[in-house]
Write a protein that binds this ligand. Structure first.
Ligand code: ZN
Length: 167
């Protein structure tokens, strides 16, 4: 198993739609082992394959009830509204109050290609939505208001240019 470097915004792999997992083989199992190790080391509660540079529709997560993996997942129902402080390993060190549906149910397939579903509210519903967003090329900045997003993009640009503290 190996820990991968986590890609950070604006790495282009984070903005593309990932492609379906087709081969449920030993390579996929190895990828999932590496993703879990990378997620736990970060530490994070979820990690999508594009975050380690692999544009495949698969993510791992653990909201405290044990690790799980979903391939080719989609959100099939949501309800309610919940504003919660949300961060992303690909936008490190930053958190925002983001409003999303409180409950979500996702359906997809497991490592043997078998049908699986996960659902929940609070953190579970949030993680399902956040990780599946990644597979569609959406980072959490897309959920900020236009005004806040403009400001954040400006700060991130300045950070990457190393303007602050460089003379
Ligand atoms: Zn994320």
């Amino acid at each position: 198993m190996s820990i991968f470097p986590i890609r950070t915004f604006p790495d282009p792999v984070l903005s593309m739609r990932a492609s379906d997992v087709i081969d449920f083989d030993a390579d996929l199992r190895r990828l999932v082992d590496d993703m879990l190790e990378t997620m736990f080391a970060a530490p994070g509660v979820g990690l999508a394959a594009p975050q380690i540079g692999i544009a495949k529709r698969i993510f791992v997560a653990d909201v405290g009830e044990g690790p799980f993996v979903m391939a080719n997942p989609k959100i099939v129902s949501t309800s309610g509204k919940w504003k919660f402080e949300e961060g992303c390993l690909s936008v490190p060190g930053r958190y925002w109050q983001i409003k999303r549906p409180e409950y979500a149910r996702a359906e997809g397939v497991g490592l043997d290609g078998e049908f699986i579903a996960f659902e929940g509210d609070d953190l579970m519903g949030r993680v399902l939505q956040h990780e599946i967003d990644h597979l569609d090329g959406t980072v959490l900045l897309a959920h900020l208001s236009p005004r806040v997003r403009r400001q954040v993009l400006k700060e991130l640009r300045e950070d990457s240019l190393g303007i602050e503290g460089t003379y």
